[in-house]
Design a binder for this molecule. Sequence first.
Ligand SMILES: Nc1ncnc2c1ncn2[C@@H]1O[C@H](COP(=O)(O)OP(=O)(O)OP(=O)(O)O)[C@@H](O)[C@H]1O
Length: 248
Amino acid sequence: MSKARSGTTAAAEPAPEQPVVSVGNLHKTFTLHLQGGLELPVLRGVALDVVPGECVALTGPSGCGKSTLLRCLYGNYLPPAGSVHVRHRGEWLDLGAASPRQVVDLRRHTLGHVTQFLRAVPRVPAIELVAEPLLRTGHAPEAARARAEALLEQLHLPRRLWSLPPATFSGGEQQRVNIARGFAAGHPVLLLDEPTASLDAANRERVIELIRAALEGGAAIVGIFHDESVRNAVATRELNLDAGRNAA
Ligand SMILES: Nc1ncnc2c1ncn2[C@@H]1O[C@H](COP(=O)(O)OP(=O)(O)OP(=O)(O)O)[C@@H](O)[C@H]1O
């Protein structure tokens, strides 16, 4: 019998956190046109709710659909069945029904996506690439630059590289610029696709710190972390997409 029912005063329970990402019965099938229209079902009935402060690691063997699910969450794929909703500006945004303008606004203010590859505009210095998401969300130039410098410092990108375009940087240096850019705006929802893929142990540790700080700040994260030590360090739970072929 609960305390409340036995007549004693129950301590007030904190209200459970509300999800900021909600995926329901999601399906995604690729049609291989070069192979006579062969259908390749990848996601079948995925369900997932993510609350602030939670980091869900997508797991399962190669080809089970981890990147496909991240792309559905980012609005790159329109799923044929099921739903993807993200809390945006205080309301649920249905990615299946959102206009391109709404998806752009969602990505600018709410939904960050950090991949392992830097897709940068040529000839733009690293520091400006990192500051850019902050400028786009209305931060003053000085504040944006200060935050960009702090991130590059935290990720130990040598200061001599800050004013150079990253085209000639090493894989690990480019990835750190990409991570700094992805974390700069403090998006409340972050999708991380192998954020430590090209990094050595010391730099992996710095990215782990950054992810943990984002979680403590209330970010909701869904990510793919092939490195087990990174996954164990940041994930609050796992979603195995191969279990029962996707039924979560
Ligand atoms: N655009 C596409 N067209 C056709 N098939 C695709 C497409 N994208 C992915 N696939 C197929 O869908 C399946 C899932 O791919 P996905 O990249 O999501 O797997 P994954 O779990 O992320 O794999 P890995 O761990 O190897 O990165 C694979 O069999 C892949 O070949």
